[in-house]
Ligand binder design. Structure first.
Ligand code: ADP
Ligand code: ZN
Length: 731
């Protein structure tokens, strides 16, 4: 082939930073029509094979000087719908991530690898078999249960080998059948077919109007906890599905999916549940079913936004204020924000729902960029829970010790137990004690790899780092001065669960946190046990705060409610307000009224008071004023740059060099830093960061465009640079 000859070439996005695409020749025997845009392919790259996606197919002159390689394999069943590819393109630009990297983050690896659902083989004897068998085979045949039994179980029951069972099958004495087993946990839920309340009807009508008009409109469904937002979503989903289109229903937490999925499944049995902890085969299978248009509704966490639904009609983002919609690794997107972009591209409505909306969304509502729909009433007639604020300074004084539980909470828990009701107690910290220190020298035991103290986990008898996997037995002596006496400080859920069981005799306590949840979908099992009434008290971290609907819960306790306010994060007050209002909202959802007992040291904090006294506007107004004054979102566009590496000197050097470069293109924006990050050491990586504050998100984007035109931030050996657009972690 001469160099100027024109041949078909495909541009493939690969999972690499930097270049958008690489050119490849078509595989032998393939024609350009076999390679639709968005198709997944495997290609040779730098001595290995890599997975990528087709961006373009063109007839072009061959490049001179080097040989183009050919695509290895075309995965025709893995093809992104054009609208999804357009969304991902938008996201890659906005979040400053290579397109191929974004694609690799959006299309689950098991899909790209062609994973299949796990199959279980069942064996059953053939009735009336009269062929030849050895005496031993005859005995085993006689021992097989008559109903189809999983092979492993049959081996156990007949005390034989797998090979012997295979021989029975070969001889025609038994048959094998296979069943596909998905590993999803399915909970039961009651069928909710209520007449809509007047408020719910107004909300449904407003969104339905946008659906009928085929236009994009963003809605903020602002409904108090227990006001029946779910029913609004389900009514609208019904309409969309009836018109032959699909619905995407996003939730912030994996822990919520089984309960919600059960509620939704009573109406839409064919729904797909989508989250990152699914078994590989299940994820790949869900993906392919979505792509074939077989799935009317997807319920899932942030990554479900990238489910390949061919004809999407509505996106619901429930608990839109939750920060878990932000992904903290590449691609660093925000699923709520991208959902709005997707809705605009597709001309479909998007509903953001919350009882405690993000200040960004409230602001958008006030600026008329969102249509606000309000639900003020709980349909079951229930009122919002009655708050009781306990000042723990007084309590410790009265109990003459550092009290864990207030007398108020203990009395009320005993009352709940006596009445056959249930309680939820929240403490946003796991383990027994977060700090272990030496009584002699005062040194705190730190993680050797991270800038954080080790937490004592009493059950595991270990000190653990909550940032990395480091773990060590509880030391006999101080690692610093070798003195023999160590003391523990502070409270975690493990100790709290213990204290509750001690304080209220006979109280069944169930702990839900990252330590007890353990395996995949462990939450579901724990929540199910609680729903079935196998314990009266659910204790846990923020996992227990969100979205759960247990009608028998009449009491909520919040321990160290003001703890989150001390965090260096401009959203600290907002998050505290949301957490307290949300967890309070778990009480009194059924017929019986609820109470919330809140233990805090700073009982005057507005975030706390406003959440408990159901005065959202007071909090929102005050907080928005502060944000405006100090130039934080929604009154600014932020970009965080994070430098990390093994050598602190190197990290500092590069951070300062890059900082100087950024200063040269600010054009009115402000650069804070570079300086050491709040967590200055993480997994042996030293960290520096800087925060760009621009007037708006658009201004922040222009700045990043200028940076790219000027050649970007030069690469430096040994220092990793991360750009985080609209960051949620800023310390
Ligand atoms: P939210 O998501 O707004 O916190 P839910 O959707 O969980 O609230 O609804 C709270 C409770 O009210 C649920 O038990 C639900 O079944 C019930 N509910 C919702 N709408 C109605 C209605 N129109 N009539 C009667 N009960 C309702
Ligand atoms: Zn660590």
């Amino acid at each position: 082939m001469s160099p100027d000859e024109h041949v078909w070439q495909a541009d493939i996005a690969l999972d690499l930073p930097g270049r958008e695409s690489y050119s490849y020749l078509l595989p032998t025997g393939a024609v350009e029509k076999d390679l639709e845009i968005g198709t997944c392919v495997t290609v040779p790259f730098a001595g290995r094979t890599a997975c990528g996606f087709v961006l373009a197919v063109e007839r072009r002159a061959l490049p001179s000087g080097f040989m183009l390689k050919a695509i290895d394999t075309i995965h025709a069943d893995v093809r992104l719908p054009p609208a999804l590819l357009a969304l991902i393109r938008w996201g890659a630009h906005y979040y400053r991530c290579a397109l191929g990297e974004f694609l690799a983050g959006a299309v689950p690896a098991p899909v790209r690898d062609g994973a299949q659902r796990e199959r279980t083989w069942l064996i059953a004897p053939v009735a009336g078999f009269s062929g030849d068998l050895t005496p031993r085979q005859r005995v085993v045949l006689g021992l097989l249960p008559l109903t189809p039994t999983p092979l492993a179980r049959a081996v156990e029951l007949a005390a034989c080998t797998r090979a012997l069972l295979d021989k029975l099958v070969a001889a025609g004495a038994a048959t094998l059948t296979d069943v596909v087993r998905d590993k999803e946990i399915r909970l039961q839920a009651r069928h909710e077919r209520f007449a809509l309340t007047a408020e719910q009807q107004v909300a449904v009508d407003a969104v339905a109007a946008a659906l009928t008009a085929n236009k994009h409109e963003p809605f903020l469904l602002y409904g108090v906890t227990g006001s029946g937002k779910t029913l609004v979503y389900l009514e609208l989903a019904q309409q969309v599905i009836a018109s032959g289109r699909q619905v995407l229903y996003l939730l912030p937490e994996i822990g919520l999916t089984p309960q919600l999925a059960a509620r939704v499944r009573t109406r839409f049995p064919d729904l797909v549940v989508w989250h990152s902890a699914q078994a590989d085969g299940d994820r790949a299978d869900s993906w392919r079913r979505c792509a074939r248009g077989e799935v009317p509704l997807v319920v899932g966490t942030r990554s479900a936004l990238f489910a390949p639904l061919p004809n999407l009609g509505l996106i619901i983002v429930d608990e839109e204020h939750e920060t878990s919609y932000k992904q903290e690794s590449v691609p660093r997107y925000h699923a709520r924000d991208l959902a709005l972009v997707y809705g605009r591209q597709l001309n479909i409505p998007v509903i953001l729902g919350s009882a405690t909306p993000s200040l960004e969304s409230v602001h958008n509502g006030r600026a008329k960029r969102f249509t606000v729909l309000t639900l003020r009433q709980r349909p079951l007639g229930g009122s919002l829970p009655t708050p009781i604020l306990v000042d723990m300074r007084e309590e410790c004084h009265a109990q003459k010790s550092s009290a864990v539980l207030s007398r108020e909470l203990v009395t009320r828990l005993a009352g709940v137990r006596a009445a056959g009701e249930q309680a939820i107690v929240l403490l946003n910290r796991r383990g027994w004690s977060p700090v272990v220190s030496c009584k002699a020298c005062g040194a705190t035991i730190m993680c050797p790899h991270c800038d954080i103290s080790l937490t004592w986990h009493r059950g595991a008898n270990a000190l653990r780092c909550h940032y990395c996997a480091h773990q060590t037995p509880f030391p006999k002596t101080c690692p610093t001065c070798q003195a023999p006496e160590l003391s523990t400080h502070g409270l975690g859920t493990e100790q709290l669960a213990h204290a509750l069981a001690q304080a209220v005799p006979g109280l069944g306590v169930l702990r839900v946190d990252a330590d007890t949840v353990g395996e995949r979908q462990g939450h579901a099992k724990l929540f199910q046990a609680f729903a079935e009434g196998r314990a009266e008290c659910l204790v846990g971290t923020q996992m227990v705060a969100k979205g759960l609907d247990f009608p028998r819960v009449t009491l909520v306790g919040i321990i160290c409610a003001d703890k989150g306010l001390a965090v260096p994060d401009f959203r600290a007050a907002e998050k505290t307000w949301q957490l307290i209002a949300q967890v309070s909202g778990r009480a009194g959802r059924g017929e019986r009224p609820g109470t919330v007992v809140v233990q805090a040291f700073d009982t005057e904090a507005l975030a706390l008071r406003a959440a408990l006294e159901h005065r959202p506007k007071t909090f929102i107004d005050a907080e928005l004023k502060l944000r405006e004054e100090y130039g934080y979102p929604p009154y600014a566009g932020l970009v965080r740059i994070l430098w990390s590496g093994e050598s602190e000197a190197n990290v500092q050097l590069v951070a300062n060099e890059h900082g100087a470069r950024l200063r040269g293109i600010l054009d009115g924006a402000v650069l804070l830093g570079p300086n050491p990050a709040g967590v200055a050491l993480l997994k042996n990586q030293h960290r520096w960061h800087a925060l760009i504050k621009a007037a708006t998100r658009g201004a922040a984007q222009s700045l990043l465009d200028r940076l790219e035109s000027a050649g970007g931030l030069p690469r430096a050996k040994g220092v990793h640079v991360a750009i985080d657009v609209d960051p949620y972690v800023t310390s």
